[in-house]
Write a protein that binds this ligand. Structure first.
Ligand SMILES: Cc1cc2nc3c(=O)[nH]c(=O)nc-3n(C[C@H](O)[C@H](O)[C@H](O)COP(=O)(O)OP(=O)(O)OC[C@H]3O[C@@H](n4cnc5c(N)ncnc54)[C@H](O)[C@@H]3O)c2cc1C
Length: 375
């Protein structure tokens, strides 16, 4: 008999969704988070967009779980009063070459089962967004925005109500295989070391998920996390009032990022970004780079002609936990029960980049189905 049935490592949006889902279905569930509270890393540094599932490779987990997840998320927000808005998104073509790109995006979206998108001509765009410039656009009505902090709070509340124990301020420092599961060692908030046993361990450690996998000896070059920074600039009032929905340019060909786009948030704010920069080493570098202002401005000005250089200021940065190396084609999530590598009951979630906020509930359900071992 182990001390814990299931231990989830990581209290970001994915770990919390897992905590709610798994504790609804199982007893004796623990979530361990190294910070004093939830969502202190990537989950509080995102665009807070509910993605429609437009761009991802057909049949990939990213595509499947996004489409399933957005619908589950909208229902969840309605049920629990989590603030959200189904504001829609325009993907804008600002040159003749980009018009053919948006036609390609429409095909990918339809192949993925996103069948609510329409192509808009100039006059239709002007009716919806009179202040932007676009020759043609794709409209995605099922894209939206969400208050991600409220979402995480709700996952936390429901997990606690299901009996899940949330242990904040404790960092997992070692994991080893024992007969019936795993011995997990923590360093608690007072720097005391403490070990307990757990039948199942779920690694949802975001930017450190490769390091947690290495603790049990899973060390694979294909699963190395590469820190990929994205910075944002905020549009100062009153210009933030000049757009009503999300506006994206056409994406780069290998989806390292989807271009400097414009997002609105639940508080009425408007931001530009994020850009894409692989860091030379995996450091938690959230520093802002004011010298990028011109590049952001020039990039956004193509479709926001009203924007002056001084209308934007640096706002925040987030770091993507990428397993896709620079220049490589888009990689899928790595979500795996590791019996095949000799670690039954150890479940890894690695490379959980966008759209994992959108897909958090469907990811949790998918992982819950991987828990086959009788507890
Ligand atoms: C710039 C940017 C914009 C994005 N925009 C969107 C968007 O608009 N829509 C969308 O769907 N997705 C978006 N994403 C993606 C989304 O934010 C992430 O996929 C999601 O937040 C990942 O959640 P997580 O729980 O896996 O990771 P995290 O939030 O990183 O949580 C992992 C947790 O594990 C903890 N941890 C790590 N190691 C240990 C340890 N040893 N012991 C204990 N705890 C540990 C960390 O402290 C952390 O809290 C964006 C991401 C970025 C970077």
């Amino acid at each position: 008999m182990t001390d814990a049935g299931i231990t989830i490592i990581g209290g970001g949006v994915v770990g919390l969704a897992l905590a709610e889902e798994v504790s609804r279905n199982h007893e004796n569930v623990f979530l361990i988070e190294r910070h004093p509270t939830f969502g202190q890393e990537t989950s509080s540094r995102s665009s807070e967009v509910i993605h429609a599932g437009i761009y991802y490779t057909k049949g990939s987990l990213k595509a499947r779980l996004c489409i399933e997840g957005k619908n589950l998320l909208y229902d969840y927000c309605q049920k629990y009063d989590v603030p959200f808005k189904r504001c829609g998104k325009l993907i804008v073509a600002t040159s003749e070459e980009e018009i053919s790109v948006i036609e390609g995006i429409l095909c990918t979206a339809r192949e993925n089962g996103v069948d609510d998108m329409t192509v808009l001509e100039k006059d239709q765009i002007a009716e919806m967004e009179p202040n932007i410039f676009a020759l043609k656009a794709l409209f995605s009505p099922s894209t939206g925005i969400i208050d991600s902090h409220s979402l995480m709070k709700q996952y936390e509340t429901n997990a606690i109500n299901n009996g899940c124990q949330l242990v904040y301020g404790s960092e997992v420092t070692a994991i080893s295989k024992i007969g019936e599961g795993y011995l997990v060692t923590l360093l608690d908030a007072d720097s005391r070391s403490y070990s307990f046993t757990s039948r199942i361990v779920i690694n949802s450690a975001g930017l450190a998920s490769d390091k947690v996998a290495e603790m049990i000896g899973i060390s694979d070059d294909n699963l190395k996390i590469l820190f990929c920074k994205g910075e944002y600039f905020r549009v100062n009032p009153p210009k933030n009032k000049l757009i009503n929905r999300l506006i994206y340019p056409v994406p780069h060909h290998n989806m390292e990022g989807i271009g400097i786009h414009v997002t609105i948030d639940m508080g009425g704010g408007v931001k530009l970004g994020p850009d894409v920069k692989y860091l030379e080493s995996n450091v938690y570098d959230y520093k802002l780079t004011p010298s990028k202002q011109e590049a952001f401005w020039l990039s956004a000005r193509k479709f926001l002609p009203f924007l002056e250089f001084d209308d934007i200021i640096p706002e925040m940065a987030g770091i993507r936990p990428k397993i896709q190396k620079p220049g490589e084609p888009l990689r899928d999530y790595y979500i795996m029960e590791e019996s095949g590598k000799g670690h039954p009951g150890f479940i890894n979630l690695i490379g959980m980049e966008s759209p994992a906020l959108t897909s958090s509930i469907s990811i949790a359900k998918y992982v819950n189905n991987l828990i086959q071992i009788p507890l």
